[in-house]
Design a protein around this ligand. Structure first.
Ligand code: PGU
Length: 414
């Protein structure tokens, strides 16, 4: 063997070269490790990636345990299940989380919202025109690039956005709701509420506007409701299907990750209404069912047992307690930023606080806080061009760590 690395004859999928940088969160983790190596004594606190930290609650953990124990018995063992999920769980999701607004047959259980977004992108293919809120959860854009529905990064750095994607700026000046009249031709509109990263939660009137817009254009809304359970204001819709007319123009991805700490267990679902159709009349659910049966083999039966426990009365009470704990953290972070005079948004119906650091790039502000406070945040520019000069603070953490992080911010950032 010579010095040259052996190469196969297989050409790289050119779409990967279109991606301007690695995925956002591993880059944040890399910078954290570099800081830790340079400062071995520092106790770094992460308010970066939105990852749950508290142990599973009693009833839900018991559901998982029972699910695992059943597999060890002759009567209880099960192998592959229905690719769409356990009938009982689909029914419980429709009844308890959607109050029967949707049918159990419209619920497709999965291993999480991120995985479903990727499979949706494979289903819609490379030919669709994409519009996203700016800033947005990076999977909508990066996944579209991998699926071929978007081109190369315009500036080479990704901060200027990708070719072929319509960015819909969401900023304090428009109440974080995009000017829909300015949207160019678009087939798919990604919309996330409560929003990651801005923490904004769309009102009923705004969602009515979104649905009317999609109907007018004949477009499909991919509605990401992963943080729906963090809504405390009863006037705010938790699902796009609370809006009249949404069933013909929207599908909804959702997850057990954030409400019950299943980020590692992996359980989510997508709702595809029977009335949602492609231009040739084919129901979208037909192709989605084809994707799920062909490329997915059903969510873990143990995870589904945990999900079922979470949707019983006691489990739902535990879900609410878990959400309340992290929202308590959000109030601590927001309080600290307010005392520092930092302009911030979100944190009341969402577990994220979106804070403005004028005169600096997001990565500069990120490094400043990491260096001065040993606190990890997420740079706003990683979520899209309109995120520049913002940082996202995640409310997922142990309370004492969040309090300590805020104390450090208050003593260093004066
Ligand atoms: N949708 C939104 C809007 C999210 O913020 C996240 C997680 C997901 C979906 C993923 O849900 P799963 O059901 O667990 O797949 N966002 C976190 C974690 C980072 C990531 O890469 O998913 C965040 O910090 O933004």
């Amino acid at each position: 063997m010579g010095d040259e690395a052996f190469t196969t004859r297989v050409a790289r999928n050119a779409r990967f070269a279109n991606l301007s940088a690695g995925y956002l969160f591993p880059e944040v983790a890399r910078r954290r490790r570099a800081f830790q190596e340079a400062n071995p004594g520092a106790r770094v606190i992460s308010l970066g990636v939105g990852n749950t930290t508290e142990p599973l609650s009693r009833r839900i953990a018991e559901g998982l345990r029972r699910g695992a124990e059943r597999l060890g018995t002759l009567q209880g063992y099960s192998g592959y299940g229905d690719e769409q999920g356990l009938g009982e769980l689909r029914a419980a999701i429709a009844k308890r989380l959607y109050r029967c607004r949707i049918e159990p047959s419209e619920v497709f259980v999965s291993d999480g919202a991120k995985c479903d977004i990727g499979r949706l992108q494979a289903m819609f293919g490379p030919g669709v025109r994409i519009a996203v809120q700016d800033p947005a959860y990076p999977v909508y854009v990066d996944g579209s690039v991998i699926a071929g529905a978007a081109g190369a990064a315009k500036s080479g750095s990704g901060a200027g956005g990708y070719a072929g994607i319509a960015y819909l700026p969401c900023s304090p000046s428009n109440g974080f709701f995009p000017d829909l009249s300015a949207v160019p031709e678009a087939d798919l509109i990604y919309f996330c509420s409560p929003n990651n990263p801005t923490g904004a939660c769309a009102t009923r009137r705004q969602l009515e506007e979104l649905v009317a817009f999609a109907r007018g254009r004949g477009a499909i809304v991919i509605y990401d409701a992963a943080y729906a359970e963090y809504i405390s204001d009863p006037a705010l819709p938790k699902s796009i299907f609370e809006i009249e007319g949404a069933r013909e123009v929207a599908l909804e991805v959702n997850s057990f990750s954030k409400p019950i700490g299943f980020t590692g267990v992996r359980l989510g679902w997508t709702v595809v209404p029977a009335e949602l159709r492609f231009s040739d009349g084919t129901p979208v659910s037909k192709d989605w069912n084809r994707v799920m049966t062909t490329l997915f083999n059903g969510a873990s039966n143990i995870a589904q047992a945990g999900g079922l426990a979470a949707l019983e009365d006691e489990g739902l009470a535990e879900l609410r307690a878990s959400v309340a704990y992290y929202m308590g953290n959000a109030a601590v972070i927001k309080g600290g930023l307010d005392r520092l005079g930092v302009e911030s948004y979100g944190g009341t119906n969402a577990p994220y606080i979106w804070a403005k650091f004028p005169g600096r790039s997001s990565w500069e502000a990120f490094e400043e806080i990491l260096t001065a406070c040993a606190v990890v945040t997420t740079p706003g520019s990683g979520f899209g061009p309109a995120g520049e000069s913002f940082l996202r603070f995640s409310a997922f953490g142990h309370r004492e760590d969040v309090e300590e992080a805020v104390r450090r911010l208050e003593s260093s950032l004066v």
